[in-house]
Ligand binder design. Structure first.
Ligand code: GAL
Length: 436
């Protein structure tokens, strides 16, 4: 397996090499942009042809549609560039990140890849030296003026910016099927406490409906459901205290959150381990389950399937007043095979037009604050308001709040917990991971 993998990586590297040779050869023959061409003068694209390989894990219906909107925007700016859509399936990106890591260590980067702000960007990519700064683009494109400073800070290291956020997901949504709740006589207000959830879940159980749709075939789903439950239990200040080491992972409040998570797991669908996150969203749409706790990429699925009106939402029980940030951004690799095309890609991603086209389909809100809110529907405007007034906290399940090592330990511990519901073992594992 190991051998086969490294051969595949070498093959890819070899193909990249020959491709570069061909393009350089074309330039020598005078094909493509010349020094006097307007594209070059605009600082746009020395290689206004060639390829652009974009690496992501956006393969679900809503994700793919949104990614295509970005490609469409790019094609307008760079019509002669061939886009290579390099996706590795697997919600939350665990599979994709593993493949990317082996490509990066083999010095075979794509032209740009998807990542999250905070630890993931720094620890996995910037610190090991895989990224070039894009500080000049922040200046030339005016991003410093339109992207909130708090987000810019999370892509900045030693004064340089390393990624452009394309959308801001709210990670702590609880989505519900309106018809299923109505049939069970359950009514929902603007917010939901954990007690409210348990009451609703009991009413649904009495009708033979699994209250909480879980799709934990994707390994991010259990840890994400736990992080939202934790946030609801300890509040945003407690949540931040955990990552600063000011609260311990065996604190009574953390254990209470674990107990609540275990209770929620009493109401999940029996096929949860066979479903991906979007499979569970599909079960919600089909009325097979009543609720789904998920970041608002779920909303992208509702848009894609044209069922927005059948679905309602509140914050994950107890987490109202907080906004869990899951911020998707893209990088400029050191040694990008098509660096000019990659820079043009990042410029497109940071543009008002692309962010207004992408985010309505993706479920996220634009990172830019100068967008036209009328282009966004009710949910997005609700999320925009939440972003403006609520406490913003980074996601640990999506790599932002803690080191990759801690994230891995959380994934393992939360996955085990779905089966064993062992609070002592769960908190012990997290205490150990935080100490490491
Ligand atoms: C997150 C990512 C989202 C969405 C989700 C499910 O990590 O930020 O854009 O793709 O995974 O795949």
């Amino acid at each position: 397996m190991q051998d086969k993998d490294s051969t595949a990586v070498k093959d890819l590297a070899a193909r990249k090499l020959s491709r570069r040779t061909v393009i350089k050869g074309a330039a020598a023959l005078g094909i493509g942009a010349t020094a006097a061409s307007p594209l070059l003068r605009a600082g746009g694209a020395a290689a206004a042809a060639g390829k652009l390989e974009v690496f992501s894990w956006w393969t679900s219906g809503g994700e793919a549609a949104a990614l295509n909107a970005l490609f469409d925007a790019y094609k307008k700016a760079m019509p002669s560039v061939e886009i290579v859509n390099a996706t590795v399936a697997g919600g939350g990106g665990n599979n994709a990140q593993a493949v990317l890591q082996s490509r990066l260590s083999a010095k075979n980067p794509p032209d740009s890849w998807q990542t999250h702000i905070g630890h993931e960007l720094y620890d996995q990519y910037v610190t090991p030296g895989y990224c070039d700064p894009i500080t000049d683009l922040y200046t030339s494109e005016g991003w410093n003026k339109v992207v909130p400073q708090g987000l810019i800070d999370q892509v900045t290291k030693d004064g340089n910016q390393y990624a452009i956020p394309v959308g801001v997901h709210r990670g702590n949504g609880l989505w519900y099927n309106k018809k299923v709740l109505a049939a069970a006589g359950v009514t929902i207000g603007e917010t939901m406490s954990m007690d409210d959830f348990m009451k609703a879940a009991d009413a649904l159980k009495a009708k033979g409906v699994a209250a909480l749709g879980l799709g934990d075939k994707d390994p991010f789903v259990a840890p994400q459901t736990f992080e939202n439950t934790l946030l609801g239990a300890v509040g945003p200040d407690g949540y931040m205290a955990l990552f600063k080491g000011a609260m311990k992972w065996d604190d009574a409040k953390v254990k209470a959150a674990m107990t609540s998570f275990a209770k929620m797991l009493d109401y999940i669908n029996s096929d949860h381990a066979a479903l991906t996150w979007d499979g569970a969203v599909g079960a919600l749409i089909d009325g097979k389950v009543a609720f789904n706790s998920m970041g608002d990429w779920a909303y992208g699925e509702f848009v894609k399937k044209n069922v927005v009106d059948n679905i309602g939402w509140v914050s994950h029980p107890g987490s109202q007043g907080s906004f869990v940030l899951v911020v998707d951004c893209f990088t400029l690799p050191k040694g990008a095979p098509d660096a000019d095309n990659a820079k043009a890609w990042l410029k497109v991603l940071g543009s008002k037009e692309a962010q207004e086209a992408f985010n309505p389909l993706k479920g996220s809100i634009p990172a830019r604050t100068d967008i036209d809110k009328a282009k966004f529907d009710k949910y997005h405007n609700w999320s925009i308001a939440s972003f403006a007034k609520d406490k913003l906290v980074p996601s640990v399940a999506h790599g932002e709040a803690a080191t990759p090592g801690f994230k891995t330990a959380l994934y393992d511990a939360a996955t085990a917990f779905v089966t064993d519901k062992d609070v002592a073992a769960f908190s012990k594992a997290l205490v150990a991971a935080a100490g490491a």
